[in-house]
Write a protein that binds this ligand. Structure first.
Ligand SMILES: *Cc1c(COP(=O)(O)O)cnc(C)c1O
Length: 391
């Protein structure tokens, strides 16, 4: 075992001016529901080219808000790709819906529009797609298929803040786009998330849902003995608010987003150049017209070529102090989903095959060049084929 500290797979980068911004809010009158929330919402919406932003206490809460706003209710089905963090499907189940798992493409590992078209059920109320690892999914095709059926597309872009799809910024394209500001993501608020939308009705429903379903704009005329204090609970909402000091941190971090994404892309291209000759290792691809923001750099270990499986390579890299990880165990293989929705192996073969071979290499903007080299050397030495044919 190495005595060096393990290199994490991802982590935040907090600057002195981020800290000062948070302190300034702590000294102000507003800890929550103050002016920083709207400023942050507007800034992220402007950056992405969307009309409205609604900030939430986490990316998961934001996803839940999006399924609520889309009208997902008990008995409804929602299309979900299997290759994601569990929250992508859980937000359907929170609303009493059933996730229908539709497999991913082999190249970008994002929802496959061909399978989507074939498997879109009559009871589907929405389509959720995921920009896996930071690579935008096939938004034009997915939107066309969903809109032909009159249902909205919720893009889980927790991996893809700052990514480009056919020259357009992710965030202003789908009916609702969801971001997370967890510390491993592109910018952080500690915990936090946001939904972007161009639709005023979705925006209103998201705001209602974030605060207990309560509004101060009553639907009926007030009675004689009712006044300015009056409020109405119109829907069953939650307390999914985010605080002001988190949002000021988000604003301060947003000013660094372009640099962060640039650095992630530099590290990804260093990995690609240094590892592409390894025969038993498959590297992530970028489709023409798309620009990934590389939340992850997932490689695939081909055991038939390498003579080692993923588990062996994973352990050897961990032993070398490299904090590799695996993203993700397909959601439909989780015990909860198997039990509740009777999903099983074979439902999504592309995602399952990918999972069997997957390892995520560390990638985060604060990574020192020497650490990048250390990861490259570790992967090269672990993936060296001891006796290449003919040698
Ligand atoms: C991080 C993440 C989430 C959840 O975001 P939180 O802010 O941690 O709740 C949802 N979906 C994907 C794909 C994620 O990576």
């Amino acid at each position: 075992m190495s005595t060096e500290p393990t290199i994490p797979y991802g982590r935040q980068w907090i600057f002195e001016d981020d800290i000062e911004a948070v302190v300034s809010v702590l000294r102000s009158d507003w800890l929550t529901q103050g002016p920083a929330v709207e400023r942050f919402e507007q800034a992220v919406a402007d950056y992405c080219g969307a009309r409205y932003g609604v900030a939430f206490s986490s990316g998961t809460a934001a996803l839940h808000g999006a399924t609520f706003a889309a009208g997902v209710a008990v008995g409804d089905e929602v299309i979900v790709p299997p290759l994601s963090f569990v929250a992508t499907a859980n937000c359907v189940v929170y609303q009493g819906g059933t996730p229908i798992f539709v497999d991913v493409r082999e190249d970008t590992l994002t929802l496959d529009p061909i399978r989507l078209k074939r498997q879109l059920t009559a009871r589907a109320k929405a389509v959720i797609c995921v920009d896996f690892a930071g690579h935008p999914c096939e938004l034009d095709e997915i939107l066309e298929i969903a809109h032909a059926r009159g249902i909205p597309v919720i893009e889980d872009a927790a991996h893809a803040l700052g990514a480009l799809y056919r020259g357009r910024r992710v965030g202003g394209i789908a009916d609702m786009t969801v971001f997370s500001f967890h510390p491993v993501k592109h910018i952080t608020t500690g915990e936090g998330g946001m939904v972007l939308t161009n639709d005023a009705n979705f925006c209103e429903r998201l705001r209602l849902f974030r605060t207990h379903g309560i509004t101060r704009r009553p639907e009926r005329l007030l009675q004689e003995n009712e006044g300015a204090w009056y409020y109405e609970m119109q829907e069953l909402g939650y307390n999914y608010r985010i605080s002001d000091f988190q949002c000021i941190l988000g604003l301060s971090q947003l000013s660094k987003l372009d640099r962060f994404v640039e650095r992630r892309r530099e590290i990804a291209s260093l990995y690609t150049r240094a590892l592409r000759d390894l025969p038993g290792v498959r590297l992530p691809t970028e489709r023409p017209g798309s620009r990934s923001s590389y939340h992850l750099y997932p490689i695939q270990i081909v055991p038939s070529v390498l003579g080692k499986n993923r588990k062996q390579v994973f352990s050897e890299l961990r032993d070398a102090g490299v904090g590799v990880n695996v993203h993700y165990i397909p959601i439909h293989l989780q015990p909860y989903y198997r039990r509740r929705f009777a999903t099983d192996v074979g439902l999504c073969p592309v995602a399952e095959h990918y999972y069997d071979q997957a390892i995520s290499l560390p990638i985060y903007p604060k990574m020192e060049p020497s650490v990048v080299s250390q990861v490259i050397e570790a992967v090269r030495s672990v993936s060296a084929i001891p006796n290449p044919a003919g040698a």
